[in-house]
Ligand binder design. Structure first.
Ligand SMILES: Nc1ncnc2c1ncn2[C@@H]1O[C@H](COP(=O)(O)OP(=O)(O)OP(=O)(O)O)[C@@H](O)[C@H]1O
Length: 242
């Protein structure tokens, strides 16, 4: 797979006879920030779960970082942020971070450094000693993002990471994602509904009814479809109004 971080080869997924991922092939190159766009229910989260190996495709094959999915090693190499937060509400933010840092088998020194880095990045340092049950929705999202960044993964897969996060912090998080890509050569796959976020991606994959209807740089897609924005690209590429 060479320069590809993710290789999807004719994958299909059905839930109770309903085709959610139609035969879909996609090559996601390493070291890029890729946005996955599409209306609610088009299959974005399902596609991410397939890439993570959390669910199995009915047909086709998936390779991530040169190994066939599912693979235990990938749990260490992928920083994953799910759409719903998987946090321990009875524990503090700090205890949650240390719990996950231990799962990732970081040394004590690395744990302290990475917890401090990740908490600071999402501006949670001052709230780390509070129980997560007292966090707002946005704070929980931020803590989930910090957990995804903990083990310094090569590949980050983030399912709507900035939902419920205020615009200032959202901008800072995007700046950090771009820095991670530029300076640390991370590959980042992110699902989003936000047009300003789509604009900042290197590549965009537009999904409709489980199929990729457009793939390219933001500039290429707007050019190809003579569109002002990505809503227009989506409609002209054969999508529905969102
Ligand atoms: N475990 C499941 N069992 C049955 N149907 C499912 C399951 N998971 C997803 N689906 C269905 O698959 C379709 C795609 O869902 P998915 O969560 O992938 O969409 P999405 O693009 O991520 O949507 P959103 O933007 O709203 O999060 C939906 O019709 C959903 O109801």
């Amino acid at each position: 797979m060479g320069n590809n971080a993710i290789l999807l080869n004719s994958i299909e997924k059905r839930f109770h006879q309903k085709q959610v991922i139609a035969p879909l092939s996609l090559e996601i190159p390493k070291g890029q920030l890729i946005g996955l766009l599409g209306p609610s229910g088009c299959g974005k989260t399902t596609l991410i779960k397939l890439i993570m190996g959390m669910i199995k495709p009915d047909n086709g094959s998936i390779q991530v970082l040169n190994v066939n999915v599912p693979h235990k090693q990938l749990l260490m190499d992928i920083g994953y942020m799910a759409q719903s937060d998987a946090l321990y509400l009875d524990l503090t933010g700090k205890e949650n971070l240390h719990f996950f840092a231990k799962l990732f088998r970081l040394s004590k020194k690395e744990r302290a450094e990475r917890v401090a880095y990740a908490a600071e990045l999402v501006r949670l340092t001052d709230d780390l000693n509070n129980k997560v049950m007292n966090y707002s929705g946005g704070m929980k999202r931020r803590l989930s993002l910090a957990i995804a960044l903990l083990q310094n993964p090569q590949l980050l897969i983030l399912d709507e990471p900035t939902v419920g996060i205020d615009p200032v912090l959202k901008k800072e998080i995007w700046q950090e994602l771009i820095r991670l890509k530029n300076e640390e050569q991370k590959t980042i796959l992110v699902t989003t509904h936000a047009m300003d976020e789509a604009e900042q991606c290197d590549l965009l994959a537009m999904l409709r009814n489980g199929q990729i209807i457009a793939f390219g740089t933001p500039h290429e897609l707007k050019d190809l479809y003579q569109a002002q924005d990505f809503d227009e690209v989506f409609i002209k590429a054969g999508g529905d109004v969102r």
